[in-house]
Design a protein around this ligand. Structure first.
Ligand code: PEP
Ligand code: MN
Length: 373
């Protein structure tokens, strides 16, 4: 059961203490108090854990500071929506707000190769007004003989250049718990000119020890990639591992599903699931058109399949786009064939803006229809 406190009731307030005391009077019940920072308000929730089956909601709802008590049936109790019960709340990081209404484009290098390309990429992002980038340092590769990423050695120049070009958040995959400490140490040494978001790749979607490690720290938000060959339920439970450790700054990212057929795209694009994940969870939902489509095929209408897939995710309400760009894709050390050119960035962003505008019109029309009925 979750006891949702009214707006701005602080986690260490006497009101919350009273709720905790009442809950802990029941045998074998533990509590966990969680503070959630939204754009305009802060929310405190008290989680009742353990033998909560027979506990009535009413005594809690009689407290004036309690908004409501929600009985949780689903397995993913922290990230879940629980029907209409729980609010979708986001988080703030480095002055940016992430929730189920916001949109951020994380564009850049699949794998960092050299300072020159990092600089060219960040510079192009700054010129386009983008403050969020991707830059892979630790690469999980299918073959042990492929480039594995420069690892910790590239972090100093990646973070320094991010600061130089006004990039507030760099998302990068971590494949081992030690990478969190390496990223933290490099950011500290650089004087925190930028921030980091930790990416869990699809291949590590059920690496439970890694999920616990990113969940037990609360400094860095986590971009969790859906597992490519497991059920949605399993991926949501995996994201729950992160939240259950105490870190609620999570974005759930769709990246296409492994299909037996493998054609015409690298993965089967699953962006129709954006509203599904939003309905089931309180998390912002991202899309990765690069790793799902996986090639720069162009349609007879002149638009790249990747542009179309991105548009499909945006029109469905995606909150984050993770996309590969490279100054010279032919020389990229990883995933060159799917990287967009830096000269394509303005068109890519304009296309997103066009679709986003169409989405607001759709939402306004849907709200109108709802009031009429
Ligand atoms: C990536 O984003 O670089 C990546 C490897 O993605 P995924 O885990 O979705 O394959
Ligand atoms: Mn890649």
């Amino acid at each position: 059961m979750i006891i949702v406190m009214k707006d701005d009731v602080a986690p260490d307030s006497p009101e919350v203490r009273r709720v905790v005391e009442m809950a802990e009077r029941y045998p074998d019940v533990r509590t966990d108090v969680r503070a959630i920072q939204g754009a305009t308000r802060s929310l405190t929730e008290v989680y009742l854990l353990g033998a909560t089956g027979g506990i009535p909601k009413e005594p809690f709802e009689e407290f004036p500071a309690v908004e409501k008590a929600i009985r949780i049936r689903a397995r993913y109790r922290s990230i879940g929506r629980h029907g209409e019960g729980a609010h979708a709340v986001g988080f703030e990081y480095r002055g940016l707000h992430f929730d189920q209404d916001s949109l951020h484009v994380f564009a850049g290098l699949c794998a960092v190769d050299n300072p020159k390309n990092v600089e060219a990429t960040f510079k192009a992002l700054q010129q386009a007004g983008v403050k969020t980038a991707r830059a892979g340092a630790y690469k999980p590769r299918t073959s042990p003989y492929d480039f594995q990423g420069h690892g910790a050695s590239c972090l100093p120049y990646v973070f320094e250049l991010a600061g130089k070009y006004g990039i507030e958040v760099v998302v990068m995959e971590v494949t081992h718990e030690s990478h969190i400490q390496e990223i933290d140490a490099a950011l500290r040494a650089a004087g925190r000119p930028t921030g980091a978001m930790l990416q869990i790749g699809t291949r590590n979607a059920q690496n439970f020890e890694l999920l616990k490690a990113v969940g037990q720290q609360t400094e860095y938000p986590v971009l969790f990639k859906r597992g490519m060959g497991i059920s949605l339920e399993e991926s949501l439970n995996a994201a729950e591992y992160i939240a259950s450790g105490g870190n609620s700054k999570i974005i759930f990212c769709l990246r296409g599903m492994r299909s037996q057929l493998g054609e015409p795209h690298r993965n089967f694009v699953d962006f129709a699931h954006v509203p599904v994940v939003k309905r089931l969870t309180r998390l912002p939902v991202g899309i990765d058109p690069s790793h799902s489509v996986g090639k720069k095929a162009v349609g007879p209408d002149g638009l790249l399949d990747m542009f179309h897939a991105t548009a499909q995710g945006i029109i469905a309400g995606a909150n984050l786009v993770l996309v590969d760009f490279h100054p010279d894709p032919d020389t990229a050390l990883c995933d060159g064939p799917q990287a967009l050119l830096l000269t394509e960035l303005p068109h890519f962003l304009d296309d997103i803006a066009i679709v986003r505008e169409a989405l607001s019109k759709r939402l306004a029309r849907a709200a109108e229809a709802a009031t009429a009925s």
